[in-house]
Design a protein around this ligand. Structure first.
Ligand code: FAD
Ligand code: NAI
Length: 469
């Protein structure tokens, strides 16, 4: 046709959804063009999300563990934090290695990367505008929309660089003396954990009556207890009434029972009140792709939009907005385009907050089971009875399994404690494979490990546990 480039498959956006879809389609023999507005591949997750936040959380953990070893007789001095070096390590040794690796892999597979902002101009063409204004048109047979999401802005907040979203917080411009986090969800608590360790006095304001509202309360309690000790203030059921940027700081007044009466002054504010999809910024209407009021694009189990040759994956198709969901959807879309008979059929999608302690959960939660009147049994093993947890001075954790009352199969799990995110994988596999308490209890777990707590929880349910150690 009359496009500058013609291709079998075009992928719009190079985050975990986009690059996975592009690579999978290329591996299946398709000719692929990958469009990304930024100069590096990897999207939010690699550049300003999952990866840089985990790098900084690692630093935070090293600092707090060093502080806490004073309780068992080993003291270090106050950490000296060289922000330039920390920033460089995050940017060059972690993020750039991964995004550079992606560029390499795209090249090896013959995936053509076109840099610029892509907009559909019809149901078979996308126009890509580069930063210098040059437009490249890409004609396609199939498209995969993987344009992701962006941080929700706080309504009415003044324009001021001290009022940041997660990208600003990850940039580590300085260590504010006092930081206010608006939104006690995953981003707020992960970044709050980082700044607390670096030396900020952190306050969190959350309008619901608990932190991370999606997880069971018994899993949140140990996290909240630790945060209450370390943070300046956690204000639940509280709203920000007013925010003003002044020379001496951001002046914030609050509303709610637990709210401070006086206006507070913060050096920086992190707004982490959720993310919204980019569905309204891609010219979807020109292709006839339906986008809802909030910017989400509806898809079927094969990741097809209402336009049969156009697919969508990742944050832009809905909750949960997680990288591992995006990559699995990406493979489905690419494989369907290549003619495979597949659909997205994950039984469960795990969630992990990489706070300290971590909180990880999957499948049916106890709260959901109660609300839906499901017949369940649960078993919860306290880490205070785990030899390994005590030996690493982190006995505040717990491992909980939720079983179907009739079949005794595992249908949900929740873990709070150090490394909970890694430990959860066994429970996810158990659910996918239809394992029951007996299977988990009879599996020999190495001693002493935190992973044993899954076996112990299963044995508690079976009534076969003999000793707690
Ligand atoms: P994105 O990663 O959002 O990628 C979309 C890409 O499309 C971007 O590169 C964007 O520039 C590009 N794009 C958009 N529109 C256009 C256009 N018109 N033209 C050209 N390019 C365009 N998830 C986890 O699972 N684990 C975590 O630990 C985790 N931590 C996070 C921490 C933070 C601070 C944040 C913000 C998010 C975190 N997430 C985490 C969520 C995760 O980053 C997202 O779920 C994931 O990146 C979604 O992937 P995606 O492919 O749908 O889109
Ligand atoms: P979130 O939806 O997880 O949490 C937002 C919190 O802010 C909620 O608790 C909500 O009740 C509260 N809130 C909303 N409006 C408010 C207001 N005006 N005042 C006070 N509180 C308010 O969103 P978050 O933390 O911004 O993260 C966005 C998404 O990014 C997550 O839902 C997740 O999908 C993804 N993510 C995943 C991570 C992981 O997997 N470890 C890490 C970080 C982000």
């Amino acid at each position: 046709g009359d496009s500058d480039i013609n291709t079998e498959v075009v992928v719009l956006g190079s985050g975990p959804g986009g690059y996975t879809a592009a690579f999978r389609a290329a591996d299946l023999g398709k000719q692929v063009v990958l469009i990304e507005r930024y100069s590096t591949l990897g999207g939010v997750c690699l550049n300003v999300g999952c990866i840089p936040s985990k790098a900084l959380l690692h630093t935070a953990k090293v600092i707090t563990e060093a502080e806490e070893t004073s309780h068992h007789g080993v003291s270090f001095g106050k950490p000296e934090i060289k922000l330039d070096e920390l920033r460089n390590w995050k940017a060059n040794d972690v993020v750039a290695k991964l995004t550079g690796g992606l560029a390499q892999m795209a090249k090896q597979r013959g995936v053509t990367v076109v840099q610029g902002v892509g907009q559909f101009t019809s149901s078979n063409q996308i126009a890509v505008t580069a930063t210098d204004g040059k437009v490249t048109t890409v004609g396609f047979q199939n498209a995969i929309i993987a344009a992701g999401s962006q941080a929700t802005k706080f309504p009415g907040a003044p324009e001021d660089e001290r009022i940041m979203d997660s990208t600003g917080a990850l940039a580590l411009a300085d260590v504010p003396k006092r930081l206010l986090v608006i939104g006690g969800g995953i981003i707020g608590l992960e970044m709050g954990t980082v700044y607390d360790a670096l030396g900020s006095k952190v306050s969190v304001v959350e309008f619901m009556d608990g932190l991370i509202p999606g997880a069971d309360r018994d899993l949140i309690r140990p996290l909240q207890k630790r945060m209450e000790k370390r943070f300046e203030n956690i204000m639940l059921s509280t709203k920000v009434a007013k925010m003003e940027a002044k020379k001496d700081g951001i002046h914030v007044s609050f509303e709610g029972e637990n709210a401070p009466k006086e206006t507070q002054i913060y050096d920086r504010v992190l707004v982490s009140i959720g993310r919204r999809p980019n569905g309204k910024n891609i010219g979807a209407e020109n292709a006839g792709v339906a986008v809802d009021d909030r910017g989400f694009i509806a898809v079927d189990k094969q990741m097809r939009t209402n336009v049969p040759h156009i697919f969508a994956i990742g944050d832009i198709v809905g909750q949960p907005m997680l990288a591992h969901k995006a990559t699995h959807e990406a493979k489905v879309a690419a494989e369907v385009i290549a003619g495979h008979k597949v659909e997205f059929q994950a039984m469960v999608i795990p969630s992990v907050a990489y706070t300290d302690p971590e909180v990880a959960w999957v499948g049916v939660t106890e709260t959901e089971a109660k609300a839906q009147g499901l017949a369940i049994e649960k078993a919860s093993f306290p880490w205070a009875a785990s030899g390994r947890a005590l030996s690493i001075a982190r006995s505040e954790g717990a491992t909980k399994l939720i079983f179907d009352k009739e079949t005794h199969r595992v249908i949900g799990a929740g873990i709070v404690g150090t490394n909970a995110g890694e430990l959860l994988a066994e429970a996810v596999l158990a659910i996918e494979m239809g394992a029951d308490a007996h299977d988990l209890g009879l599996t020999i777990h190495a001693h002493p490990t935190l992973s044993e707590t899954i076996c112990f929880a299963a044995e508690m349910k079976e009534g076969t546990i003999t000793d707690l150690y």
